[in-house]
Design a protein around this ligand. Structure first.
Ligand code: PLP
Length: 414
């Protein structure tokens, strides 16, 4: 069956025909049936060079043979025991080796659970209720962070979800990204009630928006001065910006960190971790409850271990591809008077003639114009992330030829 036919049937069975909102591309999404390296292959057999990469996890590309073999071998030993397993220790050691602020961690199944749990432990540890979040950041789909969110919230113009009691978000305060004055004022006035500031060090769910020089350093200084915890949500940037994540790249030490995506090698995972004295508050060691049937499952851990081991050798090379792509694309985009943004192997083109430094700026972009552009790129065999407010990624599997073909398509379609 063709994508258009499948979508028609799916719409009757699933809300908007999909399992997660940003996949609901109009007039119909492309149904994929296979993948290989840098390519996605749709149900009609068409190939696309993929820059969405499952929304970030597939930093080694599709069907990496080492990951596939490791997972197949692990499956043969079973896939769920409900007991501790050795892989929990192996992956924890790898994460702690690279992400310098993490001394102890817990596994969960998604990024959503990771940020939910990190916020809970921050509140438990500080005995304070309020949290500060950045406008346009996305920390998953749980109640306390679904206020002015990026990702699907921004794409579909529903930044604040309905179905969330006012009481659940009354302790969530927003500040604009790259605005130290607002944050400083807020922390000064409310420090006795604020448990933590949570932020994506590079905003990756509203396109790519970079922190201005010294912004993160100042956020760290302000949080320390006011006795407020700092949570870095590195679910996109972890093991992508550097092996030490964005915190390694920018040289900042948060109190807590959330990871996901890459750290499960393409299988479901979330991780939250940080300073030992905070993490020791987690149940059953401490009073902050957190649990999960599938947490620390052998398949995600195996894929994560293999991925990090491979990245230790190839991340520099991926970032060099990123440098090449960003430099070339930046020229093309500036020539058309649009705004280009990117870092390491993340990039996005904002179809607007101004610099984007926060959520308010990004919301001025024409989403529909972007989707027209997205469709044109599809016709050229390029699968970008399907929203102005998502990020494109480069993987180890992208060849020079892929990148050059993509640059030609950008020139044509912009
Ligand atoms: C920065 C960030 N935090 C949290 C999440 C939620 O992760 P998950 O979709 O695995 O629940 C995402 C998902 O895109 C994310 O980008």
């Amino acid at each position: 069956m063709k994508s258009v036919e499948l979508y028609k049937i799916a719409k009757d069975l699933l809300p908007a025909g999909v399992s997660s909102p940003v996949r609901a591309i109009e007039p119909y999404p492309i149904y994929m049936k296979d993948s290989d390296g840098s390519k996605l292959i749709d149900v009609e057999g068409n190939e696309y060079i993929d820059y969405c990469l499952g929304f970030g996890p597939l930093i080694l590309g599709h069907k990496n043979p080492k990951i596939m073999n490791a997972v197949i071998e692990r499956l043969k030993q079973g896939w769920l025991y409900g007991t501790p397993i050795e892989e929990e220790i192996i992956l924890a050691k790898l994460i702690i080796k690279h992400i310098k602020s993490i001394e102890m961690l817990r596994y969960v199944n998604t990024g959503t659970e990771a940020t939910m749990s990190a916020i809970r432990v921050a509140r438990g540890f500080t005995s304070k209720d309020k949290i500060v979040k950045i406008e346009g950041s996305f920390h998953g789909a749980h109640d306390i962070v679904l206020v002015k969110t990026g990702s699907g919230g921004a794409t579909f113009g529903i930044p604040n979800s309905s179905g969330i009691p006012k009481d659940s978000v009354k302790n969530t305060i927003q500040v604009p990204f790259n605005d130290l004055d607002s944050l400083s004022y807020l922390l000064d006035k409310n420090k006795d009630e604020i448990a933590a500031v949570i932020l994506e060090p590079v905003l990756g769910n509203i396109g790519v928006i970079l922190p201005e020089k010294d912004y993160l350093k100042e956020v760290r200084r302000l949080t320390l001065e006011n006795d407020v915890l700092l949570i870095f949500d590195e679910i996109i940037t972890g093991f992508r910006l550097s092996l030490g994540g964005a915190q390694g790249y920018f040289g900042i030490k948060p109190d807590l960190t959330t990871l996901g995506k890459i750290v499960g090698g393409g299988f479901p995972i979330g991780v939250f971790g940080g300073r030992r004295e905070i993490m020791e508050n987690i149940s059953p060691l401490g009073p902050v409850y957190q649990a999960g049937t599938f947490s620390g499952n052998p398949i995600s851990l195996t894929a994560g271990i293999e991925t990090i081991k491979i990245l230790e050798d190839v991340l520099d090379e991926i970032n060099k591809k990123g440098d090449f792509m960003r430099r070339a694309l930046c020229e093309i985009v500036e020539d058309k008077n649009y705004f280009f943004s990117g870092i390491a192997s993340m990039f996005q083109v904002f179809l607007i003639e101004k610099r984007i430094k926060n959520y308010t700026d990004a919301m001025q972009c024409d989403k529909n114009k972007y989707m027209k552009f997205f469709r044109r790129m599809l016709d050229e065999g390029i699968y970008l992330s399907p929203s102005q407010f998502e990020t494109n990624f480069i993987s180890a599997a992208h060849s020079k030829d892929d990148l050059e073909k993509t640059l030609e398509a950008y020139k044509k379609c912009l």
